[in-house]
Design a protein. Structure first.
Length: 231
């Protein structure tokens, strides 16, 4: 035993190990999360063009100088926020578009696929804000475009698995139409709250069900029969 070990009144040596850097890193990550949450709120209220670093700092309850310790400008904040939201969206749609769901009835498939996607957008309205606008940083819009292309491909693959006799060109058209219907319905859903939002969610599911149900019940490869008016 050393001369000082266990001696009463002896002060322990100061802790200079790795714990302090880890604590500083944790504080930094918490501050970044705080700033990104504030940025999301400011983008939703003011839009990307109308937002400013001063407004984001004020919303976060910090000084602009503190913000600049982590982000050099508004674009860097938007890119970091957009990247996090895109990553979370990829996880959600990856779980929602599952081949295992093809054994379910059509209405259950729509619930399984649409509910998590709608919930994510309602909980993260900044995701939609950062998907539109001429001033949005290109890296964000490129990420959204790539994600949409991946979702379209996944939808085509599910249609092909569900209806193996469906020609590829028609599967592509149906997937494109379904995706467009979803986007249009989502815009209406996001524009409302409470019971009205729930009503629009039901309307979107009804539209998509009525579009897809004849295909599921009568999956003939050719074009749908023409309706003929008779006197």
């Amino acid at each position: 035993m050393s001369d000082t070990e266990g001696t009463p009144g002896t002060k322990a040596a100061p802790d200079t190990g790795a714990a302090k850097p880890r604590r500083r890193q944790a504080r930094g990550e918490a501050r970044i999360a705080q700033l990104l949450k504030a940025a999301a709120r400011v983008f939703c209220v003011s839009g990307y063009n109308g937002a400013s670093t001063n407004a984001i700092a004020r919303e976060a309850g910090v000084s602009p100088g503190t913000l600049y310790q982590f982000f050099p400008n508004k674009e860097a904040i938007a890119i970091e926020l957009g990247d996090q939201l895109l990553h979370r969206w990829q996880e959600i749609y990856g779980a929602a578009f599952s081949p295992g769901d093809l054994e379910l009835p059509l209405d259950r498939i729509l619930d399984t696929v649409l509910d998590p996607l709608i919930a994510f957008n309602c909980e993260n309205p900044a995701f939609t804000v950062l998907a539109h606008g001429s001033e949005i940083p290109g890296v964000i819009t490129q990420g959204h475009d790539a994600l949409h292309a991946t979702m379209l491909t996944r939808t085509e693959q599910l249609l092909g698995a569900y209806l193996p006799e469906l020609p590829a060109d028609r599967a592509h058209r149906i997937a494109s139409m379904s995706f467009t219907l979803f986007q249009a319905g989502l815009d209406l859903i996001m524009a409302h709250e409470g019971t009205e939002r729930e009503a629009y969610i039901r309307e979107l599911k009804t539209v998509m069900y009525r579009y897809l149900e004849p295909l599921v019940c009568d999956p003939r490869p050719g074009p749908p029969p023409q309706e003929i008016d008779t006197p």
